[in-house]
Design a protein around this ligand. Sequence first.
Ligand SMILES: NC(=O)c1ccc[n+]([C@@H]2O[C@H](COP(=O)([O-])OP(=O)(O)OC[C@H]3O[C@@H](n4cnc5c(N)ncnc54)[C@H](OP(=O)(O)O)[C@@H]3O)[C@@H](O)[C@H]2O)c1
Length: 137
Amino acid sequence: MHPIAALQSAWSLVVRRVEAVLPTCAELGVGLVPWGPTAHGRFAAAGPADSTELADLAAAVRDVARAHGATPSQVALAWLQQQSGVRGVPVVPIPGTTRVRHLEENAGALDLQLDAAELARLDRLSRPVGTGTVTGS
Ligand SMILES: NC(=O)c1ccc[n+]([C@@H]2O[C@H](COP(=O)([O-])OP(=O)(O)OC[C@H]3O[C@@H](n4cnc5c(N)ncnc54)[C@H](OP(=O)(O)O)[C@@H]3O)[C@@H](O)[C@H]2O)c1
């Protein structure tokens, strides 16, 4: 009935429920504005993970970050940014921070290009976490 320019929704490697509506967004030309895109900085600290699936995902994020000389939060943002090409929708993540250091780090994610194998690895490991099949996380 009325054109929608953009949808703001939680979307990250650990929260992926919005992906159910992405085909409709692609069809209607609706862009995505993901909040919580760094998963609240969750991958930045190498703390104890609350599930095996999350630990595996966090380890993969750190691996990919190391390979690029990047940070885990940058990898989380780059994965999300590159979903634009994968899903056929414009994606403009809005990370939140109280620190200039993190602001600059997060902006740097725009220069990080993950290859298809890296995207696929992160996709596979994040799916059980982000689509809610894991309990207690
Ligand atoms: N529409 C909605 O319902 C909705 C809901 C929630 C939020 N939002 C909006 O979405 C935006 C951001 O959402 P969000 O705050 O959930 O995003 P987020 O970036 O996933 O989470 C922010 C948290 O992550 C930390 N962080 C950010 N960058 C980091 C980095 N590079 N390394 C380590 N930690 C990092 C921040 O800590 P530091 O401060 O220490 O950097 C902060 O605690 C805001 O504009 C907010 O208003 C909208």
